[in-house]
Design a protein around this ligand. Structure first.
Ligand SMILES: [Zn+2]
Length: 534
């Protein structure tokens, strides 16, 4: 019934890879007229946003975003404009709460009992179409065609999660970190701010809006441009219960595809390809627990990555790109609004299934590979150039090594830092009320040389661990994090030392230079739990 949690990954780690400034993506690749002919404006879509107020679309700057949102909140009682915080360079990160009642208190919005949909734009600063579409969508919800949906759905929009990146046309944050690989570690102020806002109004559905490169390695490796208008992928971490993935596959994906195909737009699964020009394989987006798409899935929300055809081509085909995000988000909201009670019931069942899961954790695995035909387009004449490629499939996980799932984890050092981060991802813990001697499993860990590779979907692991049974003296106040909770996958991903998103590997939990036993222990028997969740 369940697949298992992926801990160990073939490729490698977030926290340590963050400090380097990333190279800018190649920009302003000029598509030929013959190619552009295939990507005309989408007719019949009203996009009320700053970019489309002039005859030729323009990039919207931070000031224009704030002016637009302020005016919108002034015009419509359904919109409340807030801020989740400030970026490293001091820019405000706006958030919009959209409800029929015009509530701005997240707790009061939660009490409405409607599904809560979070829409995130522009985590990557050089992917503007998703951010622009969020503005048009907010307008349509506030005073346009989508306003009636607010009787059945509550919507939260963060149009630009990476305001500094947007201002500087860079993928990454001002720190150089990739925001989309920071959703477990939460070391970056922008991403921690996003999760603080989500903590007070947890999502039932999250769509994360990006853009993908059109030319780049596709041209280099395969001699073609990416042809699809939009790439789509649900959370693909195998601990996620099938009950949740079924909602995505049965309800959302068909509705999204139908909506955009009706406008002549072509969807595809999200794929990427590695840096080595000789490696002609293509990978489905990976299983890393720290990728937004997967983190939100591990929390028990319907979670998707959406990418339009846009990185590196400036504002070419911009109306089409923004319209694609708009139409897709519209379909998401309509699908959610069609049967809110039914959706919430299925989500509750999926979260219950995650809580009750006792299956093994996957320590290492191989991904299945198969051939697919990738829709590319000839860069000169614009003719279709379907290309047979080998796909590494993150939906097809084949475990190599597994480890029994514990009842919970004891963290005897740096418990505050761990508890604080986990709480932002809807994970609860408790404190041992008194010192006690407990049977546990300890980890013997070995540190591996860290390799950094910005483009890795799953960053390189830095630790290897082996477990052995022992008895330890647990100090009073030690943190205990049980696995019997809906976000169990977050717990294992953060606390198993050899996970790709490991808090020990990233230094949230310190490991001394000569130390080989981790200050994190596995509680394997029910009677040994030192405390229970309230
Ligand atoms: Zn992106």
């Amino acid at each position: 019934m369940f697949r298992r949690i992926v801990l160990g990954l073939v490729l490698s780690v977030p926290g340590l890879a963050l400090a380097q400034p990333a190279p800018r993506a190649p920009s302003d690749y000029r598509e030929t007229a013959a190619v552009l002919e295939h990507y005309p404006d989408v007719p019949g879509v009203r996009l009320d946003s700053p970019a489309f107020r002039a005859s030729d679309p323009t990039l919207t700057n931070q000031e224009a975003v704030l002016d637009f949102l302020t005016a919108l909140a002034g015009d419509s009682h359904k919109v409340r404009l807030g801020s989740i915080g400030r970026s490293i360079q001091g820019r405000d990160i706006p958030v919009l709460y959209l409800t029929a009642e015009g509530l701005d208190d997240p707790v009061a919005i939660g009490k409405l009992g409607r599904p809560v949909v979070w829409l995130i734009g522009q985590q990557h600063g050089n992917e503007p179409a998703g951010g622009e579409a969020m503005l048009a969508l907010a307008s349509a919800l506030a005073k346009g065609e989508l306003a009636p949906l607010l009787d059945r759905v509550s919507v939260v929009i963060v149009p630009r999660a990476n305001v500094d990146g947007a201002a500087n046309d860079r993928r990454v944050l001002a720190s150089g970190a990739d925001p989309n690989r920071n959703h477990l570690l939460l070391s970056e102020p922008e991403i921690a701010a996003l999760h603080r806002a989500m903590r007070s109004l947890p999502p039932d559905v999250v769509f994360d809006h990006h853009e993908f490169s059109v030319a780049w390695r596709w041209l280099e490796k395969f001699g073609g441009l990416q042809a699809s208008d939009v790439m789509i992928l649900e959370a693909t971490n195998p601990i996620i219960p099938t009950a949740l993935t079924d909602i995505e596959h049965e309800l959302y994906r068909p509705a999204i595809e139908k909506a955009i195909k009706a406008h002549g737009l072509a969807p595809h699964d999200y794929v990427t390809t590695g840096v080595d020009p000789a490696d002609k394989r293509v990978s489905l987006g990976g299983t890393g627990a720290d990728i937004a798409r997967n983190t939100f899935g591990l929390r028990g929300a319907v979670s998707y990555l959406i990418e339009t055809r846009g990185v590196g081509i400036g504002l070419q085909s911009y109306q089409r790109r923004v319209a694609t995000h708009y139409l897709l988000a519209k379909a998401v909201l309509e699908t959610t609004a069609a049967d809110p009670a039914g959706l919430l019931k299925r989500l509750a069942e999926a979260r219950k299934a995650a809580t009750a899961d006792r299956s093994d954790l996957i320590v290492s695995y191989k991904e299945g590979e198969r051939h697919i035909e990738l829709p590319l387009i000839d860069p000169q004449i614009g003719a279709a150039k379907p290309t047979k490629v080998r796909l590494v499939d993150s939906r097809d996980i084949r475990p190599v090594a597994v480890r029994a799932r514990p009842l919970g984890y004891l963290v005897v050092r740096d418990g505050d830092a761990v508890a604080e981060r986990l709480a932002l991802n809807e994970v609860g813990g408790c404190r041992a009320p008194k010192a006690v001697s407990l049977p546990v499993e300890a980890y013997a860990v070995t540190r591996l040389a860290a390799r950094t590779n910005r483009e890795s979907i799953n960053p390189e692991q830095t630790l290897r661990a082996e477990v052995k049974a022992t008895t330890i003296d647990v100090p009073a106040g030690a943190l205990y994090v049980p696995m019997a909770q809906p976000a169990a996958g977050i717990v294992a991903a953060a606390l198993e030392p050899d996970s790709s998103a490991s808090y020990l590997g990233a230094g949230v939990v310190a490991l001394g230079a000569g130390e080989s036993e981790a200050p994190i222990y596995r509680v394997m028997s029910g009677t040994a739990a030192p405390c229970r969740l309230p």
